[in-house]
Design a protein. Structure first.
Length: 250
């Protein structure tokens, strides 16, 4: 066996070993939950989670509050009477997730090229005389032939629909009055947990009188719908296969 193949086998074995050690904690957790239902995530404060960063957006200059004589109206107020819609940190509102996406795309690219260069020079500066005993150079000098072609096709046919409601909590009030909201919902059915996460920035004016808002009116919206459990585990390839898919060039 050549040294190249030995080094390749050693490298592959090292990568697989590294992948096993890297997934060790996850594998131990999965082994400890064999035969048991997946556990729900504890309710936590999103602002205290590792990696949480307050949202910063371009803000207008703050307006100085002033009152007109003999008037209860204050400049910069959004409403005359107080309502029950979410407006402060910790308030709740319902996000109506109504997501419908459909795409049908087809592309095809064909390319071919043929090139040939023939100098018709058989003895360049006496090369045939010098190399006659060795037969190193070909009969014609400076002669090249090349042919290349490619044919690529691709198509996308996707249709997705998601309609549900999730309660979100106001985690931050921006200087211009817009609200940063985040909501998470987990539903466990048998041995599978379905997760729905919604986050983004909303305008108080877009919140309906029943304290609901459509997901299409959320700026910087982040909507994630997935799950974990036995079904998701079966659909995922093994760790070794994922490592090889990333590293192998073919």
């Amino acid at each position: 066996m050549s040294a190249y193949r030995i080094n390749r086998f050693v490298l592959t074995g090292a990568l697989l070993t590294l992948g096993i050690f890297a997934s060790g904690c996850s594998s131990i957790d999965r082994l400890s939950q064999i035969g048991e239902q997946p556990k729900l995530t504890a309710i936590e404060n999103p602002t205290t989670q590792p990696g949480y960063k307050p949202v910063q957006m371009p803000m207008p200059k703050p307006e100085v509050a002033s009152y007109s004589p003999n008037s209860l109206w204050r400049n910069g107020s959004r409403a005359f009477f107080k309502d029950q819609r979410a407006a402060r940190v910790g308030d709740l509102l319902t996000v109506t997730v109504n997501f419908t996406d459909k795409a049908n795309i087809a592309n095809e690219t064909q390319r071919s090229r043929t090139a040939k260069e023939d100098s018709e020079i058989s003895d360049f500066l006496g090369s045939q005389t010098v190399t006659q005993p060795l037969k190193v150079l070909p009969g014609k000098i400076l002669t090249t032939d090349s042919t290349s072609s490619s044919d690529g096709k691709g198509s996308v046919n996707r249709q997705e629909a998601l309609q549900t409601n999730v309660a979100a909590v106001v985690t931050q009030v921006l200087p211009n009055g817009n609200l940063v909201v985040e909501g998470k919902q987990e539903i466990r059915v048998n041995f599978e947990i379905r997760e729905l996460i919604v986050a983004g920035i909303v305008r108080p004016e877009d919140i309906q009188s029943d304290n609901t808002i459509d997901s299409s009116k959320i700026a910087q919206a982040r909507i994630a719908y997935g799950g974990r459990g036995q079904i998701t585990d079966v659909q995922q390839p093994r760790y070794g296969q994922q490592v090889m898919d990333v590293l192998l060039p073919f």
